[in-house]
Design a protein around this ligand. Sequence first.
Ligand SMILES: [Zn+2]
Ligand SMILES: [Zn+2]
Length: 243
Amino acid sequence: MKTVFDLLYPPRCPVCDGVRFSDEPVCCPPCREKLRFIDGPACLCCGRPVGSEDTEYCYDCAKRKRSYSGGLSLGVYEGALKDSVLRFKFSGREEYAGFYADCFTERYGKRLMRFHPDVILPVPMHVRKERKRGYNQAASFARELSERIGIPVSEDILFRTRYTSPQKELNDVARLQNLLKAFAVKEEALEAWKKDHPFQRVILADDIYTTGSTMEACASLLKRAGAEAVMPVTIAVAGGYSG
Ligand SMILES: [Zn+2]
Ligand SMILES: [Zn+2]
């Protein structure tokens, strides 16, 4: 049935972007078939698919010290999922966050809860960039996830202190150094949080996991601030290294 709300802001399929109505599934069933989620062996650190059950870590994670572990991601950043995430990020389709969170909870709900998380933090976006875009897609995903698993989200504790230049030309070490200066923990917000909540086990949510440098920068700051475990959760993970 069409409602006025449907006509004004029609919900859209996260895969084909076609208009849906409120009594239909969010994602067209044939479109849902096009999304291939990770269901084989995955890196114990970042959640990227790996070649076999005997491989614990992907190529990237095996050669680096990581401040996080137990990472989970919905799918590889390619095909229909990549197109969807690109619209989520750059074309104002913030509403897709609910669908991603549904899929995430369906697949990984038990594993998230087994981690015993205290809080979900989104990887922050610079305030100027967020104002321009209208939303931080990582925060939208984090909020939807929070609603489904009943773990509170904080958008104040971690923040971005400055724009970062495109980092493709930098090597690993330089990229991490650069990012460590780009994020910070807001002490007052953390203290305020700790008055009412524990802050030991943190879910760190982002849209796409690529090299892991952003996660590492945020996770190492959170550990310095007292977190004992940080679990990265992302909608998509860049493939390429199956280790
Ligand atoms: Zn569709
Ligand atoms: Zn990995």
